[in-house]
Design a protein around this ligand. Structure first.
Ligand code: PGA
Length: 252
């Protein structure tokens, strides 16, 4: 059985003070059973959010990380620094790839570094609209999955998020069927790279305009084990609604 996982990717939103207010409103997430819950605020709020959730089952994640352990890399954050604060890190988000030039090779280096220091990872993959419309989704997704996982010993510490770029922040979520089909493709890519046991065990999230009104459509799908939520994770009621419905649907 794969434990469902819902993560909130706050992106570059919420000041440190605002983060504290939002997390206070999110503390009731701790009452929901059967779903792993992860909050990924900006780096500067990791410490204060950690203090608020320390005695709960809510987990903390970062949105990015550099692959070097320390040194002269102005503005970067090392895996050793994250390890003191959080359990998860999001790597290879399409905004990192698109705006900050992250290649499959860089994502792979970051994954190795994160695993070396005991961090759990949500790896993001996804195609742009033009790639989907021209029938290239399979090629793009398999390239990203294979590229991310070069020489990686796949364990339960790795989650893959399927995030079609055309659905991120657009309000145009994929249909449950399309999302499930592509998550299934990711699972079979993992089976080819490793084996069917690991493909059956890996958790795959859908991300892209998920909210409390559409989560049920995704979470009811057999190959979708959770969601990576952007915009709706900034609203406590919406995010709690997403987690509650996930618990209800996956645990019945
Ligand atoms: P969104 O973002 O929910 O705002 O579409 C999802 C993501 O980029 O992780």
């Amino acid at each position: 059985m794969r434990t469902p996982i819902i993560a909130g990717n706050w992106k570059m939103n919420k000041t440190a003070d605002e983060a504290v207010t939002l997390v206070r409103d999110l503390l009731k997430l701790d009452d929901i059973n059967g779903v792993e819950k992860v909050l990924c605020p900006p780096f500067i709020s990791l410490t204060s959010v950690k203090a608020l959730i320390d005695n709960t089952r809510i987990k903390l994640g970062a949105q990015n990380m550099y692959y070097e352990e320390k040194g002269a890399y102005t503005g970067e954050i090392a895996p050793t620094m994250l390890k003191e604060l959080c359990e998860y890190v999001i790597l290879g988000h399409s905004e990192r790839r698109g705006y900050f030039g992250e290649t499959d090779e860089i994502v792979n280096k970051k994954i190795h570094a994160a695993l070396k220091y005991g961090l759990k990872i949500m790896i993001c993959v996804g195609e742009v609209l033009e790639e989907r419309e021209s029938g290239k989704t399979e090629a793009v997704i398999t390239r990203q999955v294979n590229g991310a996982l070069v020489d990686v010993d796949l364990t339960d510490d790795i989650v893959i998020a399927y995030e079609p770029i055309w659905a991120i922040g657009t309000g145009k979520a994929a249909s449950g069927e399309i999302a499930n089909e592509t998550c299934g493709l990711i699972r079979s890519t993992v089976a080819q790279l490793y084996d069917s046991a690991r493909a059956g065990a890996i958790r795959i999230q859908y991300g892209g305009s998920v909210n409390s009104a559409n989560i049920a459509e995704f979470i009811a799908q057999p190959d979708i084990d959770g969601a990576l939520v952007g915009g709706a994770s900034l609203k406590a009621d919406d995010f709690i609604g997403i987690v509650e419905q996930t618990a209800r649907i996956k645990n019945t």
